[in-house]
Design a protein around this ligand. Structure first.
Ligand code: FMN
Length: 166
């Protein structure tokens, strides 16, 4: 297996998950911003991780704009957000909104829980979060951290399992 982990991260939790995944798999790791599409040719397994802000997966264009290359490869996308990994309906809506048909067919999908630390947010995000919170019946806890290494294991086992069969 020749894998690369690409990530986008604003506050560090997606980067932390990406680092753990790369370490477990012995994969290369890059910020998605610094990875030119021509470099996809060097890998057979592409793992992309992006955080969710306001229902949008940050950096997902790196994948959607390169599906003509990526559909020839093993493609895994993981998202990071405060949404629980058990919230099937919310996660299905997230995919519906962010994934093209080709991505839906081709990518394997995982979701890991991130963190929220109100004090560390940018001014724009503080405002956006207040707006989101004011529209919600059950208010979001503004100090939470669910980042946990154990939760990456289903992704790791999936990558290892498929590789072993090849
Ligand atoms: C303004 C704002 C909007 C957010 N919107 C969502 C969301 O729609 N869904 C979700 O699951 N998490 C949402 N989050 C939580 C982030 O995804 C979470 O903080 C994540 O850990 C950020 O990843 P990062 O540390 O890699 O930047 C939001 C956070 C902020 C500050």
């Amino acid at each position: 297996m020749n894998a690369v982990v690409l990530y986008m991260s604003k506050y560090g939790s997606t980067k932390q998950y990406a680092e753990w995944i790369a370490e477990e798999l012995g994969a290369d790791i890059f910020s998605a911003d610094s990875f030119p599409p021509e470099n996809f040719a060097s890998y057979d397994t592409i793992i992309f991780g992006g955080p969710v802000f306001g229902g949008v997966i940050m950096g997902i264009a790196k994948i959607s704009e390169n599906m003509h290359i990526l559909r020839e490869k093993r493609l895994i996308v993981f998202t990071v957000g405060i949404t629980s990994p058990d919230a099937d309906k919310i996660l299905a809506d997230l995919l519906e909104k962010n994934f093209s048909d080709s991505m839906m067919k081709h990518a394997e999908m995982f979701h890991f829980q991130g963190a929220l630390e109100y004090k560390k947010l940018t001014m724009g995000h503080k405002v956006l979060l207040k707006m989101i919170n004011s529209s919600m019946k059950n208010k979001l806890d503004l100090h939470q951290n669910h980042v946990s290494r154990d939760t990456i294991m289903p992704l790791i086992e999936s990558v290892r399992g498929k590789t072993a069969e090849e």
